[in-house]
Design a protein around this ligand. Structure first.
Ligand code: SAH
Ligand code: SF4
Length: 347
């Protein structure tokens, strides 16, 4: 790996040592790369000229990720299409909401889990994104926001790993990304403002509980194995019982809760029985529930339930003392809503 943004602070320390440079050079590099957003080695002006030259001669560089296109929704959501070195495209989405400006980041170029209701799943497996590519999403979006892309918002406040792909299938790289995101000397997001969303890769959830202390979101989407098997093939490997047990023992810091995401699909998982089953299933798990009315796409064969259905589902959960919100679908008109990211170069 020769893109300097593929190195966390620890990696940079080793690199600097290998070059026989003073240890504090790693701190300087780290700050330039992840705070400064420089685009070439020569922009790092406080590094000795000779060190910069030796880095270049050694084949090191700073990858430039191009923003190929931006699309703006009527509701203020903005989708960015980034072009990666190997010619593939990846999308991330900026979602303004009150005081928050959330960036939804992709972790893979596609997804191998093939959930039936998800367009990303439909495009099939793609490769894992590297640290440099995930940080490029944040840096590119930050820089556009900094130059006034979205009126009233000066900077990104929250990051969710909820774009294309299953973050926990790109575990090591995602963990390094979380390190850079939350390191005060790098991107500096508070751990409370970073969320990883998973379809339920149980062994990796257990690992994550030990390795990181960001927020966890889980795409539950069904209350029985029969329905979940059908919607989310990963359920055949890690059924509900196993998933819920892992969530019950997930180490949560005081005051934190797991977010349960539940995509409501008409006639599939949106009945009153489903709502009551959900109440029982989640008992004892400190959580809040996000209901996401299904975002349809051509050829999916599923429909979004009517408002009344959603309202009834919401009320049953809420009457049973769950904190539950119905997530307004943002960016539907530009195919930036949940499950609509494809990374097509045409956007
Ligand atoms: N792979 C991870 C993160 C990306 S998917 C995961 O599955 O959690 C992000 C969210 O979008 C998930 O909660 C998923 O259930 C939801 N989603 C996928 N397709 C959707 C669709 N068509 N309509 C609404 N939500 C969808
Ligand atoms: Fe992959 Fe998540 Fe889409 Fe399922 S919902 S196919 S895990 S991106």
């Amino acid at each position: 790996m020769k893109d300097l943004r593929d190195y966390t602070y620890d990696g940079l320390k080793d690199l600097v040592e290998r070059f026989g440079e003073r240890p504090y050079r790693a701190r300087q590099l780290h700050a330039w790369l992840f705070r400064g957003g420089v685009e070439s080695i020569d922009e790092m002006t406080d590094l000795p000229k000779d060190f910069r030259r030796r880095l270049r001669d050694g084949g090191f560089y700073i990858g430039v990720v191009e923003v190929l296109k931006t699309r703006r929704s009527v509701d203020g959501t903005v989708k960015l299409l980034l072009g990666l070195e190997d010619g593939s495209g990846v999308e991330c989405v900026l979602i303004p909401d009150g005081k928050r400006l959330t960036l939804c980041v992709s972790t893979q170029c596609g997804c191998s889990l093939g959930c039936r209701f998800c367009m990303t799943g439909g495009i099939g497996p793609g490769r894992n994104l590297r640290l440099s590519e995930m940080t490029a999403e944040v840096l590119a979006a930050s820089s556009l926001v900094g130059s006034g892309l979205i009126e009233g918002y000066g900077r990104i406040t929250n990051v969710v790993l909820m774009g294309m792909g299953e973050p926990l299938l790109n575990y090591d790289e995602v963990l390094r990304f979380i390190t850079v995101l939350t390191d005060p000397k790098a991107m500096g997001f508070s751990t409370r403002r970073v969320t990883v969303s998973t379809a339920g890769v149980v062994p990796a959830i257990k690992r994550l509980g030990r390795d990181a202390d960001i927020n966890l979101a889980v795409s539950l989407n069904a209350t029985t194995d029969v329905v979940r098997d059908r919607l989310m093939p990963i359920n055949r490997r890690h059924p509900l019982k196993e998933l819920l047990a892992a969530l019950r023992s997930y180490p949560l810091r005081k005051g934190r809760r797991i977010t349960m995401e539940y995509v409501l699909i008409k006639g599939v998982n949106d009945s009153r029985d489903d709502a009551y089953r959900l109440v029982r299933l989640l008992k004892g798990i400190p959580c809040k529930i996000n209901l996401i009315p299904f975002n349809p796409f051509p050829g999916c064969g599923f429909e979004r339930p009517g408002h009344e259905r959603v309202e009834t589902f919401w009320r049953i959960l809420s009457d049973n003392h769950y904190s539950v919100v119905t997530r307004a679908s943002r960016g539907m008109d530009i195919e930036a809503a949940c499950g609509q990211l494809q990374g097509k170069r045409g956007l």
